[in-house]
Write a new protein. Structure first.
Length: 149
């Protein structure tokens, strides 16, 4: 069995950007048929955005800048096709990260609930000490940093 020494999310982001670009073809076709912008936005949300944001809280924090740029290019292309303002991948990631963290905090039976403990002041969460960038960019430390800002 071959073990990869440095696991990255590059292959995953390449795969989903390729899949999203394939769906952009259909979005372009709909625009060529003079479909209403609401239909274009709905199609974009259902097919392209769902591909790009699937489990985004697990992998987006650990992506390289090059991968993030490729993902944002897909969003920018969809924005040009639909002629509407779409949220950036960074904004989507922050929204989903905050929402998921708040759900974990509210659920005392969640396995990660105890990792979100308040400091004595009661206003900020205790940050987790990380020694590697892989851990620093993972879900829990990112969520704590986001909640503390």
């Amino acid at each position: 069995m071959y073990i990869i020494p440095y696991l990255t999310w590059t292959l995953h982001t390449i795969t989903i950007t390729k899949k999203a670009r394939q769906r952009l073809f259909f979005l372009r076709r709909l625009r060529r048929f003079n479909m209403d912008s609401r239909i274009l936005c709905n199609f974009n949300r259902c097919t392209i955005k769902s591909i790009l944001t699937g489990s985004i809280t697990a992998w987006y924090g650990s992506c390289t800048a090059l991968n993030r740029k490729a993902l944002q290019r897909v969003v920018k292309t969809a924005q040009n096709i639909t002629r509407t303002e779409l949220p950036s991948m960074e904004d989507l990631y922050s929204q989903r990260l905050r929402k998921k963290a708040l759900r974990i905090i509210k659920d005392p039976h969640h396995p990660s609930h105890k990792l979100f403990c308040l400091l004595p002041s009661g206003r900020r969460y205790r940050s987790i000490r990380t020694n590697t960038t892989g851990l620093r960019d993972s879900f829990i430390p990112q969520a704590i940093r986001l909640l503390n800002t």
